[in-house]
Design a protein around this ligand. Sequence first.
Ligand code: GDP
Ligand code: MG
Ligand code: K
Length: 279
Amino acid sequence: NEKVTFALLGNQNSGKTTLFNQLTGANQHVGNFPGVTVDQKTGIIKGHPEATVTDLPGIYSLSPYSNEEIVSREFIFNVHPTCIINIVDASNIERNLYLTMQILELGIPTVLALNMMDEVRNNGGTILVNELESRLGIPVIPISALKNEGVAELVEHALHVAKFNEGPARQDFCGAHEHGGAVHRAIHAMTHLIYDHAEKAQIPARFAATKLLEGDALVNKALQLEKNEEEMMGHIRQQMEEERGLDAAAAIADMRYSFILSACADTVVKPQESKEHAR
Ligand code: GDP
Ligand code: MG
Ligand code: K
């Protein structure tokens, strides 16, 4: 069997370490205080000696705003995991999907572990998993890491996308936004502009293009653009900002949130208010 490497990516407190321990059988300390998973922990998946998983620091975005974000990103770019397991706290899904949007831009085979489903169900909520899956274009597997429910199915799906190198079905989420055209055109133009540089730097081109528009200094440095390309980038960004009436980072964040809000409005059934009051 060929070697498979999984990277576990998710927000803080989404259950990464709990899932890691279920996957590996390791008795790793689980805690909420910062710094607990700053060291990356790698373990072998139970019953699958060819597959390893690395528990990465909890992050909210793939921008270089914090050490945790830089460490996680460097791991992706340097280690080239076969598959990303994106763990999402289903009880806080809107916020957690902001990272998912950025992971999808990497184009790496990814599965979404929709965690804390026990909590969602206990509160009387549900999530339309098949619909969410088709919106996102990646397998979505409801799990409870705490209760070890759905974890075997998660492993099967992750091994499958890894084996067949199945990347996300879609990466362009601009369409959910009434002003999505401007952002779509800018990302498209940037991807073309920087394609060769991204390939050389081994950073996925669409991801690099979006990050450059957001003003990511580390990606900019890694790509070593020519002076005329820097100027072109400035023009592309400026045009997007003028069309949107927002600065570039805000325009892109807005595009992501619009998609998330629309997807969640159609797939997340919140607990009934009446049920809250009855307790
Ligand atoms: P990490 O910060 O992503 O590593 O998250 P942890 O694994 O430390 O989990 C954060 C908290 O959520 C802990 O108190 C866990 O016991 C709890 N937790 C993790 N998974 C689940 C789950 O599936 N259901 C419930 N109810 N709680 C969970
Ligand atoms: Mg942890
Ligand atoms: K919780």
